[in-house]
Every structure is written in C-alpha cells, then in structure tokens.
Design a protein around this ligand. Structure first.
Ligand SMILES: Nc1ncnc2c1ncn2[C@@H]1O[C@H](COP(=O)(O)OP(=O)(O)O)[C@@H](O)[C@H]1O
Ligand SMILES: [Mg+2]
Length: 261
C-alpha cells in the first residue's frame, strides 16, 4: 500500500429512492490526515452520500473502497469495523446517561465474573473515557456528568469522542457546528484539526464558509446529486465556493474523485 491510497474512495455512486435520484455517479476520495469539506444546497445529496459511506444506505450503483479494497457495507456496524464513523446531525447521544456511558454505548469494556460471565467493567470504562477525552483535550467537569447537563459544544465534543474512541480512520460529520453558539464552534473546529493531526481523515459537511475555510484542506461541491466542482482550499475562495453551491462555475475544476485511473 502506498501513501497515496485513499482511506476511503467512492466511485460512481448512484442512489435512488423510488423515482427520486439522490445521487448520480458521485465520486469522492479522502486521504489520511485530510479534512475534506463537502458543500451543496439543500437536497444536493450531501447527507445521502455520507449515509452511503457510513453503511446506512446501500448504494444503488457504484463502488466503495477502503484502503484500495472494495467493500460492501450492510450496516453502520460493518462500516465501523472498517474504521468509518459518522457523527450525526442530531447527535444521537443519550441525554440521561453519563458522558463515559455515551462514549462506550454498546461497546463497553467487559470484565468476567466467576471467571466467565462477562459484565461491563465500569471502572475501566470511566478511566478509558477520561483518558480519551484528555487525549482530545476535551474538558468536562467529570465523565460521570449526564450529557443533558452539557452545553451544545460539549455535547458535540462528546459525540466526536464517541466516534473516535475505537480506532477510527475516517470521521464523517454532518453539520457539526450548525446548532452551536459561536464561541463553541471554534472549539469543535480545533478538535477536527487535532484529529487530522493524528492522521484521521475527516469529511465535514457544512454550509458555513467560516468553518470550511478555517479547517478544510480541500472542498468539493455537489449540485443536484452530482459532483459539481472541487478544489484545494488554497486555490479557491468563499465567493467561488458559494457560487458552486448555487450552481455557478467560472473556471473548470477537476474533481479528484473523477480522474479515475
Ligand atoms: N430516505 C429518503 N427517502 C426518499 N428521498 C430521500 C431520502 N433521503 C433523501 N432523499 C432525497 O434525496 C435528495 C438528497 O437529499 P439529502 O441527501 O438529504 O440532501 P442534503 O443533505 O444535501 O440536503 C433530496 O431530494 C431528498 O428529498
Ligand atoms: Mg443534509
């Protein structure tokens, strides 16, 4: 495997919901340690594409490759096994449960009683959750706090901690800052930078140009379910990207995902 093998690659993905074409031959590549911004108008197909990448929806057509090898996800669990994690727009945390319980939900460390009966090892769970939050420089009063006591930004941080607790290679985030107060946005974006510095690949859906231009390495636009434009961040600007969202293109861009070899 060479360093140029994408962590995840989608080739010619189509997704139909009955008569609705949500995606038409969409391609995407994500490299290790890269933050890829995905933009597009409402209904452009962003969330559907992410659900295909994370195993929630099977594609109607097209191919998914992880580290260059074809995969067929039948569920988000299959994707997770391959290191693909998704942080959902609505977060999907359990508000009435503790932070550490949320981080491990369904994947708690186990210990055995009487030598064989597996039960959740709460001490290990608390210790590992604290350590993981420390690694990510996420500060909470205590991991035993209930999630419903946290601010929006802290909840988002816990959701990201949950997504990265198990050897994630790719983290997909759908509008992670949409519901946050301005001062919390920066913290979440800095957390994304931190993940990238650990070699994780991140796909960030956002309609906020401030987010895209603060944290992304590359940005791609979907328009009406298709690849529309794409650029390294350093070679574009906000006005151009806003134009793409509206379906305007001045210069030709070659989507990296499209130049298949
Ligand atoms: N589960 C579904 N059933 C039917 N149509 C869907 C479903 N999910 C998405 N769509 C349709 O697919 C298109 C793309 O939607 P979506 O991926 O949510 O766009 P975006 O996230 O860019 O706003 C829209 O026309 C939407 O109505
Ligand atoms: Mg969406």
């Amino acid at each position: 495997m060479t360093v140029t093998t994408p962590l995840i690659e989608a080739r010619g993905i189509c997704k139909y919901f009955g008569a609705v074409t949500a995606l038409e031959s969409v391609s995407l590549r994500l490299m290790p340690g890269e933050v890829l911004g995905v933009v597009g108008d409402n209904g452009a197909g962003k969330s559907t594409l992410m659900k295909v990448l994370s195993g929630m929806h099977p594609p109607s057509k097209g191919e998914l490759l992880i580290n260059g090898a074809p995969v067929h996800f039948r569920s988000p669990r299959d994707a997770r096994v391959c290191g693909i994690e998704m942080v959902y727009q609505d977060l999907a945390l359990a508000g009435n449960m503790r932070i550490d319980e949320n981080i491990f939900l369904g994947r708690e460390p186990l210990r055995r009683i009487l030598g064989f009966l597996p039960i959740v090892d709460h001490k290990a769970s608390t210790r590992q959750a604290q350590q993981h939050l420390d690694n990510l420089k996420i500060h909470v009063k205590s991991v035993s706090q209930r999630v419903e006591e946290l601010s929006g930004g802290q909840r988002q941080a816990v959701a990201i901690a949950r997504a990265t607790a198990f050897n994630a290679k790719v983290v997909i985030m759908d509008e992670p800052t949409a519901a946050l107060a301005i001062k919390e946005v920066r913290k979440v974006l800095d957390l994304i930078k931190d993940l990238r510095n650990h070699g994780i690949g991140i796909i960030l859906i956002s309609h906020r140009m401030d987010d895209i231009f603060y944290v992304c390495d590359r940005v791609m636009a979907l328009f009406r379910g298709q690849n529309f434009a794409e650029s390294a961040l350093a070679q574009t600007d906000r006005n151009e990207v806003i134009g793409w969202i509206m379906g305007n293109k001045i210069r030709e861009t070659v989507p990296q995902g499209m130049d298949l070899n």
